[in-house]
Ligand binder design. Structure first.
Ligand SMILES: [Zn+2]
Length: 252
């Protein structure tokens, strides 16, 4: 073992050894899509890259190899905003399947997909079934923010924090403060806001296109953002993810 964990830095001999020894081959997934008027198009991909680097280098007893971040995602619902680049659902499923097939060729035991963009969830769920059945590779799936919801809510109770809100803005303030257009950080305009209640909604608020509800492209109030929020939650969420993986590995 060389101690390297990033696939793109390894020689093929090192990769051959690392794949066989790793508990998880980890694929971070992001997007290139509008993130309101104050954040870069790569907001989800920056989070994917940085938080997955943190995970594979703070993985406790689990051995991990990180694949390059999949920067493109499924972003059709943002396509009317300039700069958004999207893969269709069919292409996205296929990309995941072919990455998984490659991982399998080199003796990878488990693929862990760490996702940072809501639009990717449906095609990932479809792909993981196909990968397990057709390729015979175990697929684990982590929606990073799903392990952070309670901590994010504590920071600003009652304020919606999704796309381009105070949570994502806090992460970019931590990792790439130079890319946050601070003079454009302002409360986002939306046509209506629906509280998350007990009952499942029967329709998404922006099912077809994001601008149908979110006029400036973002949600909530980014002026509540701070790099401190990121510093506070990252170690806690990372530990929760590791514990969840260890727990779920018991049921293979
Ligand atoms: Zn985002």
């Amino acid at each position: 073992m060389t101690g390297k964990v990033f696939l793109w830095e390894m020689t093929y001999e090192e990769a051959g050894e690392a794949f066989k020894e790793a508990d998880f081959i980890v694929l971070p997934t992001g997007s290139i899509e509008q993130h309101s008027i104050h954040l870069p198009l790569s907001t989800d991909s920056i989070r994917a890259e940085e938080l997955t680097k943190y995970l594979v280098t703070h993985s406790g007893d689990l051995r991990m190899v990180m694949l390059p971040t999949l920067y493109y995602g499924q972003s059709n619902h943002h396509i009317h905003f300039p700069g958004t680049i999207t893969l269709s659902e069919e292409t996205y499923v296929r990309v995941l399947k072919e990455i998984a097939w490659s991982v399998k060729q080199h003796g990878g035991k488990r693929l862990l997909i760490v996702n940072f963009h809501g639009g990717n969830v449906a095609p990932i769920q479809m792909a993981r079934l196909i990968i397990e059945r057709e390729i015979g590779l175990k697929v684990y799936f982590v929606q990073w923010s799903g392990f952070a919801n309670d901590l994010i809510r504590e920071w600003a109770p009652g304020v919606p924090y999704g796309h381009s809100g105070f949570y994502e803005t806090s992460m970019i303030l931590k990792f790439r403060p130079d890319l946050v257009v601070r003079e454009k950080m302002r409360k986002q305009e939306q046509r209506f806001h629906r509280e998350r209640g007990e009952r499942q909604p029967t329709r998404f608020t922006a099912a077809a296109y994001f601008e149908d509800n979110y006029i400036t492209g973002g949600i909530g109030d980014p002026t509540l953002a701070s790099a401190e929020l990121a510093d506070k939650i990252i170690p806690i969420v990372n530990q929760r993810i590791i514990e969840a993986l260890i727990e779920d590995m018991k049921y293979e």
